[in-house]
Design a binder for this molecule. Structure first.
Ligand SMILES: [Zn+2]
Length: 102
C-alpha cells in the first residue's frame, strides 16, 4: 500500500492520518474515513471518523491528543502495510525521515 493512496495527504491534515480506537492507545493509519460535519460545514473532528485502518480494522477512530501523537505506539501491522518502521508517535514527527508523510 502506498502512503499516497491513503486519505489526508494534505500537510495541514497530517494529524488526522494516525488515529486511535477509544479502547486502545495504539495509533493506526486511516485507510478510508467517513468524516462527520457540523451544521456550519466544518469538520466535527471530535466526533471521530468511521474508518478502516491500513491493517484492516474498522470502527470509530479518534484523533489522538498531543501526547499520544508524540509517544503512543504505532500499530505494527499498519507500519508493515505502509512499509515504514515500527515506532512511537505519528510519523510526521520524524523530522528528516523519508517516510514521515506516511
Ligand atoms: Zn493498524
Amino acid at each position: 500500500m502506498s502512503p499516497s493512496a491513503l486519505p489526508f495527504p494534505e500537510a495541514e491534515r497530517w494529524f488526522w492520518r494516525w488515529e486511535q480506537f477509544a479502547t486502545s492507545a495504539v495509533l493506526h493509519r486511516i485507510a478510508m474515513a467517513r468524516m462527520w460535519y457540523a451544521q456550519d460545514g466544518s469538520l466535527a473532528v471530535s466526533m471521530g471518523v468511521d474508518g478502516r485502518t491500513a491493517c484492516g480494522m474498522s470502527g470509530r477512530l479518534f484523533v489522538p491528543g498531543v501526547g499520544s501523537r508524540l509517544g503512543a505506539p504505532r500499530c505494527r501491522s499498519c507500519c508493515r502495510a505502509l512499509g515504514i518502521p515500527w515506532g512511537e508517535g505519528a510519523p510526521y514527527n520524524q523530522a528528516g525521515a523519508e517516510w514521515r508523510d506516511a
